[in-house]
Structures are given as structure tokens and as C-alpha cells.
Design a protein around this ligand. Structure first.
Ligand code: NAP
Length: 650
């Protein structure tokens, strides 16, 4: 078992995941779990184990989605009755049914559980992603052609997506190698070790559907927990067996004659080696190529200067005057974590960000809830369903502009306005005694047009005596200070750049030459990437991207889901090619153009095209190259299988 942690903290989630069996022992722990656990999830478990639809009739009047007004609390006597009945079913031999509920009952349970209709289109996604129906591993599927033994796949990166690719390639019987620049798996969660680093996506959803864990300690994982989860997965699925660590892919060149890729890999000692493979899956991670801000004089600074993505854990900030430039997700997590330690902290906010408060953000998962997740059958799957529903596509109405919504409104739809009001209420409540900060922190663009920030102590930190916010423009950095355009100078010892990543340069430093020697850099330029379905590009057979152009879930949580969807699609493409006696698939030009046209047309309806929208989702020409402008379920349903009319086989 590997024990090295990426994010530099002790392991805080135990890995003794346990089986769930019935009947359960009637213990105080079980009773505490039934008393504490989320009641909507207990309802799902009860109906799952009894098929007692009458219980759904009782609860359906009381369960509403968040933000639904007016809400009616679930009466205590209903809850007590449910908990007692479920207790009986769990501890009494033979009381639970062992057959699965029908699909119709599952769908009704889902709808009642979240207080709104769950339509048919969601069912395949939900059954898979909440963990009820794991597909049979490809290698065991009858009638499937096994990949030829000499067919080799290369995966770039052993982060969340690269690891999923490796696990699923193994399951499908593909010989493959993973090239990873770091000495350990984890990608983003290996690298990002800045104080306060965490995940904005809820813990019980942000994991692989094939490896759901009940062990999260908080409802949003801290970076170390996320990395620990990935280390656990790497151990369990023996991922490292395939990984060549401390190695960087620098170039890819397609050989038309053999339909193979020559992949140049630079090793830790600087030596280069060329690996010949049939297919390449690029799990690069769009938020991986960090960059220094373009601020005059940054090199001149005599003090310590660092970027959140390359944090030095040995750095002691005690008693230091520290500048944090950037107030995105990284800056907003870092500031509350270091503020109590430093002497003086000056936060530089170039433009404003919308901030949402989630009361669960820092909550520990209670012992009773943990017990339920660990031991009560079906509880963890049904809880995952609930979290998915409210953190993912339920938020889509925020990013689709309602054509009937007033053009001069600060929001774009009713849901978006509700979110704006919710965010404003939090801002005003937090800074009731600091109207100056309310004014300086209120954005003038619609909420969700730029990545939102979750408040995990961010606002409280800004109110501290040793923290100052400067939202002027930085003119330059001198040997000892940050000088603003208005002439103010902030003398500092340390500058932390929480200034983000070079997202639009999706190729990074990779040199990619496809069929006939064509160059992807020539076609994409620096920041204008285009793809077919976010995964392939015509002219580059068997070169597959993940989180490629216009496939990022920017309306909600769900990168884990997109990763699994794309890996599945890529392996379906490979399976199709090899079953047909070919070696490579290549997207055709017409569907590529049609898809990009469709995205461009759709994008005009999206919040990211709002005149006041400005974010790293857009390139220098204001084209959104990053976001998937539909729901996750649309991507899921569109990506089950390649459309064979849209590809050539080689
Ligand atoms: P970011 O969202 O790109 O934010 C960068 C910040 O730096 C912005 O406030 C930006 O200002 C500012 N900035 C950039 N260049 C500047 C300059 N030259 N002068 C002054 N300010 C400058 O980067 P991030 O915070 O690292 O987050 C990137 C993404 O990583 C997130 O959106 C998220 O997807 C992911 N992430 C997730 C988590 C999580 O899940 N908890 C945590 C960290 C990061 P403007 O707003 O004016 O551009």
C-alpha cells in the first residue's frame, strides 16, 4: 500500500470500508444512525428494501427541492414512523426484500426523494452514476472482440481522468502505459497543497461511480482527503503498475503508413525516448498549467514569490507581510487558512466574484451519518443520488438565458435571480457592519457567468483586523512592494499568486502532428481549440482528449462524471475499430463542423455570452472554448456510443 500523501497532511479518512449485510445487529450505533441520517435518504432505503410505495405517498407532500417556496417541513411523526419501520426492516431476519425495485418504482422514489420529477432521460445516467448498475467489465462481455495483444494505448497523466482511463482500459483488456510527470498519482490533488485547498464539489458525489466510499469526513473534501481517495483507488486497482512516473510527454506524431503514434517522452534525467502506440488518451487536466500573472516587475521582487499551484509546505508565513493576488477559488480558500498566521495580509482583487454560502461546506459528517453510509444497505447510493441531483443538473437554469427575461436585468432567468438574491443576502448579512466592503464585493455581472466561489471562511477573513482588501489595479511590483495605479504602495515580504491557469492553451507545450504532418498548434492557434464532442479532432486518428474543447461542466459540479463519460466513449471508439479489423478511428470534417456550429449557436443563449460575462471560459476573442452548454445528462446520453457515420476507420 502506498502511503505518501499528495496534499501534505495526515490521512483523515480511514480506508476500512465495510460490507453491508442484513439483518443488522440492533445496536446503539444503528439507532443513532437512524436518528441522525438524512431523512429523505432513509425514505429511499426503506422503499428500496420493502417496495412500500404507500410510504412515498405520505412523504411526497413534504419534500421540496431547495429554493422551492413555500417549503413544508416533514412532520416529526412521519419521520418517526419511517425511522421505526426502517429499523424493523433492518434488524428483523427476512423482513427486507432481496429483489430490486422495478424501474418504475425507482423512478418514483427518485422523484419523491428530490421533490420534483425525475424524467426518463435521467435514468441510465442515474442508475450507473449513483452506483446501482455497474456495467459488466468489457472483457467479460459475450461476443465482444478482445483487443489485439499488440494494440497499445498511451495515457497522458495519472490524475482523476487518466486513472479512470487506466482502470477502464485494464477492464477492457487493453495493453497501456500511463505517462505521469509527478512521482505519484493524483494530478491536481497531488500538486495543489496550498493551505486551505479543498474541493467545491460535494464529497459524496465527487468520486468514481465504480468506487463509492462512505468514508468522507466532511461534506466537501479537503485536498488531502481527495488525494487520499485517489491513492486508495490506485492501490485497489493496481494503477501504478501501468504508470511511468517522473516522465513528461513532449510530442506526438502520427505515422500515416502504420496508423501509429510516435510519442516522445522526456524522463527525469532529461533523456528522451520515443514510444510507439496505437492510440493516445490525453488526460492533461485543463487546470494544470499554472501561470504567473502578467504584472510588470514581478521578477524584480526581492522577497519570496510563489503560486498556489506550486506551494512550498516548508514556507513559514508567521509574522510576515503577505500579498495574495487573485480571488478565485484558490485565493478564497487560501486567505482564511493563512490569515490567522500572518502579520498583515493584503488581498488584491482585480475583479469581483460571486460568492455562495453552503451551510454544509465545513460540516463534519456525523458519526450517525457515517454509520449509515458505511453499513445501511443502499444508503450511500441513495445519498449520492441526492447530492448529484442538487449539485449538478438542477443548477442548469442558472446558465441558460431566458429569452423573456428583461434584458436590463442583473440576472438571466428566474433561477439565476434567486441565486443572485441568495448570494446577496449572504453578502449583506456578513458585512452588515462593513458597508464599504459590501460595495466593493458586489459584482455587476450575472451570477454563474464566471466560476462562483464557495464561502468557507473567505468573507470572515476579509473582516479581520490584519487583512486588507485592495480592489484597485496593480501598476507594478517593485523590489519590496506592490504599487497600485492610484499610487498606493503595499510593502510585503511574500507575494502569493492565486492567479489561475493557462486554460485556453489546451495543448500546453505538447507538439502534436497528425495525419499528413498537420499541426494541431497551427489549427488551434494559442487559445482557439475546437473538437468533435470534446474528445476528438479530424486529422488526428486515435488521438483522444479528455475535458477537451466545450466539454467542461461549468454550470455545476460533475467533472468526475464527464471524465467517466469520455473514457467510456473513447474505449467504445477503440472497441469499434478493432472489432471491425481496423486500427484507428478519425472524426470526419463535416460532423466536426456541424458540432462546432451547433455549440456556437447554442452559446448565444448561454450566460457566458452575456455582455458583462468575463471569465477564463472565454479565449482572447471572447469565444467560449471550454463550457459544455447543455446539461450533464445530455452529454451522458449523447456519448454512450460513437455515431459510426461521423468517423472514418483506418
Ligand atoms: P482563477 O479562477 O482563474 O482566478 C484567478 C484570480 O487571479 C482571479 O481573481 C483573477 O482576476 C486574478 N488574476 C489573474 N491574473 C491577474 C493579474 N494579472 N492581476 C491581478 N489579478 C489577476 O484561478 P483559481 O482560483 O486558481 O481557480 C481556477 C479553477 O481551479 C477554479 O475556477 C476551479 O475550477 C478550480 N479550483 C477548484 C477548487 C475547488 O474545487 N475548491 C479550488 C481551486 C481551484 P479576474 O477575476 O479579474 O480574472
Amino acid at each position: 500500500m502506498a502511503t505518501q500523501l499528495g496534499a501534505g497532511e495526515d490521512r483523515s479518512i480511514a480506508l476500512d470500508w465495510q460490507d453491508r449485510r442484513l439483518p443488522m445487529a440492533d445496536t446503539p450505533d444503528l439507532r443513532a444512525a437512524l436518528a441522525e441520517a438524512n431523512v429523505q435518504t432513509l425514505l429511499m432505503v426503506y422503499v428500496h428494501l420493502t417496495h412500500d410505495a404507500a410510504m412515498l405517498d405520505v412523504f411526497q407532500n413534504y419534500i421540496h427541492p431547495p429554493f422551492a417556496m413555500p417549503g413544508t417541513d416533514i412532520p416529526v411523526e412521519c419521520q418517526t414512523d419511517l425511522r421505526e419501520k426502517l429499523h424493523h426492516v433492518l434488524v428483523t431476519p427476512g423482513a427486507a426484500r432481496t429483489d430490486a425495485p422495478s424501474q418504475a418504482l425507482m423512478q418514483r422514489m427518485m422523484s419523491v426523494g428530490v421533490g420534483e420529477p425525475v424524467d426518463d432521460e435521467f435514468l441510465p445516467l442515474l442508475m450507473d452514476q449513483i452506483g446501482f448498475e455497474q456495467p459488466v467489465p468489457r472483457r467479460e462481455r459475450s461476443g465482444r472482440a478482445a483487443p489485439p495483444a499488440d494494440f497499445k494505448v498511451l495515457v497522458i497523466g495519472a490524475g482523476l481522468t487518466g486513472m479512470a482511463a487506466s482502470i477502464k482500459l485494464t477492464e477492457a483488456g487493453y495493453d497501456h502505459v500511463v505517462i505521469e510527470k509527478n512521482p505519484e498519482v493524483g494530478g491536481t490533488w497531488y500538486e495543489n497543497r496550498y493551505p486551505g485547498v479543498g474541493v467545491d464539489t460535494p464529497s459524496h458525489f465527487y468520486s468514481y461511480s465504480f468506487e463509492i466510499t462512505p468514508e468522507w469526513t466532511t461534506y466537501h473534501p479537503v485536498g488531502a482527503d481527495m488525494q487520499q481517495y485517489l491513492l486508495h483507488v490506485a492501490d485497489k486497482y493496481d494503477v501504478r503498475r501501468h504508470v511511468q512516473f517522473n516522465s513528461v510527454v513532449t510530442a506526438l506524431a502520427y505515422d500515416d503508413d502504420t496508423a501509429m503514434w510516435d510519442v516522445t517522452v522526456r524522463r527525469a534525467d532529461g533523456q528522451e525516448e520515443v514510444l510507439r502506440v496505437n492510440a493516445v488518451i490525453n488526460g492533461h487536466g485543463p487546470l494544470n498549467r499554472w501561470k504567473w500573472p502578467d504584472i510588470p516587475g514581478l521578477d524584480r521582487f526581492h522577497g519570496r514569490k510563489l503560486h498556489t499551484a506550486t506551494w512550498d509546505p516548508s514556507l513559514d508565513l508567521t509574522g510576515k507581510r503577505v500579498a495574495v493576488i487573485g480571488t478565485g477559488a484558490s485565493g478564497a480558500q487560501l486567505v482564511p487558512a493563512i490569515a490567522p498566521q500572518v502579520e498583515q495580509l493584503t488581498v488584491f482583487m482585480r475583479s469581483r466574484h460571486w460568492v455562495l454560502y453552503n451551510p454544509e461546506i465545513a460540516d463534519q459528517v456525523s458519526p450517525g451519518m457515517k454509520f449509515a453510509l458505511r453499513h445501511i444497505p443502499h444508503f450511500r447510493e441513495w445519498f449520492r443520488f441526492r447530492v448529484y441531483w442538487f449539485a449538478a443538473d438542477g443548477l442548469f437554469g442558472n446558465v441558460l438565458m431566458d429569452p423573456d427575461w428583461p434584458a436590463d436585468s442583473p440576472s438571466v432567468s428566474a433561477l439565476n435571480e434567486g441565486m443572485r438574491q441568495y448570494a446577496l443576502a449572504h453578502l449583506h448579512a456578513k458585512f452588515a457592519d462593513r458597508p464599504d466592503l459590501i460595495e466593493r464585493l458586489t459584482p455587476d455581472f450575472p451570477i454563474f457567468s464566471k466560476r462562483i466561489i464557495l464561502d468557507n471562511g473567505w468573507f470572515d477573513a476579509l473582516k479581520r483586523d490584519n487583512v486588507a482588501l485592495d480592489n484597485g489595479r496593480i501598476a507594478e511590483i517593485t523590489e519590496t512592494a506592490i504599487r497600485m495605479e492610484d499610487g498606493t504602495e503595499h510593502e510585503v515580504d511574500v507575494i502569493v499568486c492565486a492567479t489561475g491557469f493557462d486554460v485556453a492553451n489546451m495543448m500546453g507545450n505538447l507538439d502534436i502532428h497528425g495525419r499528413g504532418g498537420r499541426s494541431l498548434r497551427d489549427e488551434w492557434g494559442y487559445d482557439d481549440p475546437r473538437s468533435y464532442l470534446g474528445v476528438t479532432v479530424p486529422g488526428y486518428p486515435n488521438y483522444f482528449m479528455t475535458v477537451g474543447p466545450n466539454s467542461a461542466p461549468n454550470h455545476a459540479a460533475g467533472q468526475n462524471l464527464i471524465s467517466e463519460v469520455q473514457v467510456n466513449y473513447i474505449i467504445e471508439c477503440l472497441d469499434w475499430a478493432v472489432a471491425a479489423g481496423h486500427r484507428a478511428v478519425e472524426a470526419r470534417q463535416e460532423p466536426f463542423e456541424a458540432w462546432n456550429e451547433q455549440i456556437a449557436t447554442r452559446m448565444r443563449q448561454m450566460i457566458w455570452s452575456h455582455p458583462k460575462a468575463n471569465s477564463y471560459y472565454n479565449n482572447a476573442n471572447k469565444r467560449n472554448f471550454m463550457s459544455w452548454p447543455y446539461r450533464l445528462v445530455d452529454y451522458w446520453n449523447a456519448m454512450r456510443m460513437p455515431d459510426k457515420d461521423h468517423f472514418d476507420l483506418h
